[in-house]
Design a protein around this ligand. Sequence first.
Ligand SMILES: C[S@@+](CC[C@H](N)C(=O)[O-])C[C@H]1O[C@@H](n2cnc3c(N)ncnc32)[C@H](O)[C@@H]1O
Length: 229
Amino acid sequence: MSLRDLLLKVAKVTYYPFKYRQGNGYDAEAYWRDRFARHGMSFRGVGHEGTEEVRNRLEYERSPREFQDALHKSGIDFAGKRVLEIGVGNGYYLDFCFPGSAYYCAVDITDLLFPELAKRYPEVHFVKADVCKLGLREKFDIILMIDVLEHIVTENDLRSALSNLKSCLADGGTIIIGPIHEKTKKHLFYVHFWSVDKVAAQFRGYAIEMYRPFRKGTLIVVRSPHERR
Ligand SMILES: C[S@@+](CC[C@H](N)C(=O)[O-])C[C@H]1O[C@@H](n2cnc3c(N)ncnc32)[C@H](O)[C@@H]1O
């Protein structure tokens, strides 16, 4: 392990909690902006910061197979759909979900990577917003939120985020969220694992399908209770 990696590991449990803690939660906008400023478009930015780039990339390369397998089994197709992606990060999922979509809106709490992403995906509409305070008026056929839920660290924010997703969902639409973990557990100041039961409790009346494994957890597909008009 390099000295830089060792210092990052130590900072994660010492200096960073002190720097970013805010009430019961953390200043997610500042945390993610600073993290992307350190790592840019690399996988260390969106993956495990203390793990080498090459190992992060290997771990990421497993997820498309699991993701596409779940899409295939659930019959989800992005072609011609209005798509909302929350927490777009370095745009990893754009290659799988953007092609053929009718309209693609990519949200993130920091806009630090938007200029680079906009060069690569000029047709994607990028919006800087916190999912816990999302005020979009548009409706979407597919809402995608990958590796973001565990960075929502309070119950209040969990409720707000999932309620905001429901408000943006078109009749007949689908929400895809993952990974979701076995148990609800606080992990680090910016990581809180939520169990499938906790998440499912916010979707009473919606049909939920589960696909495993997905990034060491479960991918859930939530169907709108209202038929497409
Ligand atoms: C672990 S990265 C995952 C990025 C991407 N979804 C992926 O799977 O590669 C988490 C992403 O969510 C964003 N994020 C964290 N909290 C957020 C929030 N409350 N609202 C919107 N985006 C958020 C971060 O800025 C970051 O881009």
